[in-house]
Design a protein around this ligand. Sequence first.
Ligand SMILES: Cc1ncc(C[n+]2csc(CCOP(=O)(O)OP(=O)(O)O)c2C)c(N)n1
Ligand SMILES: [Mg+2]
Length: 563
Amino acid sequence: MLRANDGTRTGGEILIDQLVIHGVQHVFCVPGESYLAALDAFYDRPITLTVCRAEGGATMMAEAVGKATGRPGIVFCTRGPGATNASPGIHIAMQDSTPLIVFVGQVAREMREREAFQELDYKAVFGSMTKWAVEIDDPARIPEIVSRAFYTACNGRPGPVVIALPEDMLVERVAVPDAPSFEPVEMWPGLADMAKLQKLLWAAKSPIVLAGGSRWSEAACAALQRFAERFAVPVATTFRRAHLFDALHDCYAGDLGIGANPKLVSRIKAADVVLLIGGRMGELPSQSYSLFDIPGVRQTFIHVHPGSEELGRVYHPHLAINAAPTGFCAALEGLQPPNDIPWRAETKAAHADYVAWTEKATPQPGPVNLGEIVIWLRENLPPDALITNGAGNFSTWLHRFFRFRKFGQHVAPTSGSMGYGPPAAVGLKRLYPHRQVVCLAGDGDFLMNGQDFMTAVQYELPLIVIIVDNGTYGTIRMHQEREYPNRVIGTDLKNPDFVAYAKAFGGFGILVEKTADFMPAFRACEKSGKPSIIHLKVDTNISTPMLTLETIREKSLASAKSS
Ligand SMILES: Cc1ncc(C[n+]2csc(CCOP(=O)(O)OP(=O)(O)O)c2C)c(N)n1
Ligand SMILES: [Mg+2]
């Protein structure tokens, strides 16, 4: 489309100009005729577009970019079928508190409410899983609405915004000034908050810090680390947020997620002061809401969260601080530790417990030990490598044995959505082409978005996907054996030859059937310079680092007999 010289722009041009102004560098999309005028505007604008194979994966790529940068990830999808396909990525952004803006096509304004082709009522459909769902009726209001979307996605507790774009609105020409560029708004704690916090910490006998949620940065993590050192306080991280604290730091107490170290759980229960920074302490980190009493927490509970609606939502805080981890951690520099720190030895013991828990792989049935493989990765990946995964028991080895040491190193859904790892890896490799990106996937997990392996091939992104093939939706099989022993139904999987799959897509593939073969296979992937898949065949009987399916089944049968 030719540019007009009368000062007017189409809605599509105005829209993409706003993205440039707000600093967007990457956009993910599956094209649709519904937003053709917006797509066209990318043609001559400085934004890198990644065309994907399905909207679920495209939205997860954008969400991963949102997680990595703290600024909204951007995805474009077509009307009804595209937008509904995007929904798992939107749900992840909601539960994981990630800034994300989803642009979706919409039918022409004059056709609305007739159930025109692929029409969807976005406000109704996405109302409960976004921070804001809106439709732009007037192209003159694009700068205002897009600017608000950036603030809304990032302000307070971050989350997703859906913006619907009626197709005729995108081709209408208007003259309108651009919005000023957006910057996320910092949320600082008040001086009085910090003074109260200092008092509570000075009165503590055995405090613990829990770090979680979003709105962190490298600087915030470094500030938290300095605070932990000065106060000699133990710091644990919540489910899938282990990258917030250096695992080998003397103050690191461990990962509070699925299959958490029982010693860590007891330590938190025994603490007299709990400082939760950024997290919601949802179902998984709270060990199914068993860790703290609801609503009145027995311990002195200090909750720092950027969303005021989260404070007092589940747990009654003794001190609530409405601040972002970035602002709060900077303010921690101003606190003075007590002269005599009575809990110093406890912190040492907490870290020793963590190191012991993660040091050595547990014995496993069959010739592949996933624990040993994860330990090899932790010792051999470059320090700035990024690791992604979706949901499934395969990930429990990563949570337990990988020692995340750098902010942003682990990118995985706290919402437990399968299919996240491959697209997240693609998104991150687009963002950071020079960092190594490794995806750990289950056999079920991988094929939920495995088609985006092709996107990695298309853009020549040499990421490495490790598919843990146990021939089952193993997590569900585990629950099945526990609740309905010996009645396996709906969980077995027949899998493709993933090596042939990788090759058919134009990537590199290699089969691994025993632990010792993993290392040379990984090196072969690196050497290939191509997107790669390691097809890692494991025994179906393995279930978690601690239990096999057999032991779960036997335990269940024995307890049924005795009751
Ligand atoms: C999108 C989605 N669908 C279904 C589930 C339920 N679910 C959780 S784990 C799991 C099985 C995962 O299987 P796989 O990827 O093979 O990993 P494994 O548990 O076998 O290691 C299922 C079906 C989910 N979490 N997300
Ligand atoms: Mg499996």
